[in-house]
Design a protein around this ligand. Structure first.
Ligand SMILES: C[S@@+](CC[C@H](N)C(=O)[O-])C[C@H]1O[C@@H](n2cnc3c(N)ncnc32)[C@H](O)[C@@H]1O
Length: 286
């Protein structure tokens, strides 16, 4: 059976819908520092109109709202309704009148052309069924002086990779192993090619490293259930979970910190791109 794009989107979004209440709320520093760094790189100015696609619980959205200030406007879209509801509540509680959060598809955001000064996409584009088409859509949404800022995973801590492999070894034989690659965002060259094909010129690609600390392996597993890794965990048979966790704990041995906790470092990539100047509209023949 083939997997259609919308089926793929549904299954990705289901994972995040189920994770929404704990996503980025397990006391682990991961999405928030990547979000803050992405917003810093995007050079948002007070008063800017900003779109944040796949806004999740606001790791990018809230720093962006701080950068625009109350004279700007930040629209966050996400396809997981619970992500949208919880993030909208957080924005109201924080008194951020410049923030609007709604259900919307990051694959094809429906806004008029040239609506935004900045489009932000934090840890999402590699999850989309057709990333290049999505980037092309973002280019159309940008004003001529606008900027796109995208974060993608770079290199995971070897201990994290080993622990993921240890968990995956307990999946039923018929269950496909999770793909490690992020395809069109694998390295700087492929990112540049993907952006260029989508009508964008890359201004900068930088690496940003984030250290995440965990009290113990149970805290690590709690964090794993709270984000995309849930896609793997939910396919582990219930009677394999304890053995899988014990194997993951052994694999995380090299991440043991002096205080007895765990420390994992992830390198993400931050890409800033601008829309390639469009050809002027042809002059109508007289
Ligand atoms: C890894 S999270 C990133 C969230 C946030 N940008 C951050 O940096 O923490 C990916 C988010 O994208 C959302 N998502 C996945 N596919 C989507 C789509 N096609 N349209 C909109 N949101 C989508 C998920 O629901 C989830 O909230």
């Amino acid at each position: 059976m083939s997997t259609t794009s919308s089926a793929r989107t549904d299954s990705v979004v289901d994972v995040f819908e189920q994770a929404a209440s704990t996503y980025d709320r397990t006391g682990v520093s991961y999405f928030e520092p990547f979000g803050t760094a992405l917003v810093r790189g995007a050079g948002i100015r007070p008063g800017d109109d900003v779109l944040d696609v796949g806004c999740g619980r606001g790791a990018v959205l809230f720093p962006a709202a701080e950068a625009t200030g109350p004279t700007g406007h930040v629209t966050g879209i996400d396809l997981a309704p619970t992500m949208v509801a919880l993030t909208a509540d957080d924005a109201v509680r924080a008194g951020l009148t410049q923030v609007e959060v709604r259900v919307g598809d990051a694959q094809q955001p429906s806004f008029p052309p040239r609506s935004f000064d900045v489009v932000l996409a934090g840890m999402i584009v590699f999850l989309l069924p057709a990333p290049e088409q999505a980037l092309r859509a973002y280019a159309r949404l940008l004003r001529p002086t606008g900027r796109l800022a995208v974060s993608t995973p770079g290199t995971f801590d070897p201990a994290f990779v080993a622990a993921m492999d240890a968990l995956a070894a307990h999946l039923p034989a018929e269950q496909p192993r999770p793909a490690a690659a992020v395809g069109p965002f694998d390295d700087e060259r492929t990112i540049t090619e993907t952006m260029t094909a989508a009508g964008l010129d890359v201004v900068a690609i930088s690496e940003h490293r984030v250290e995440s600390r965990f009290h113990d392996v149970d805290h690590w597993m709690q964090w794993m259930w709270s984000h995309g890794a849930r896609a793997l965990l939910q396919h582990l048979p219930a009677d394999r979970l304890d053995a899988a966790t014990a194997d993951a704990a052994r694999a995380l041995g090299s991440a043991r910190a002096p205080d007895g906790g765990l420390s994992l470092t992830t390198a993400g990539r931050l890409t800033i791109a601008v829309p390639r100047p469009r050809d002027p509209a042809p002059v109508a023949a007289r």
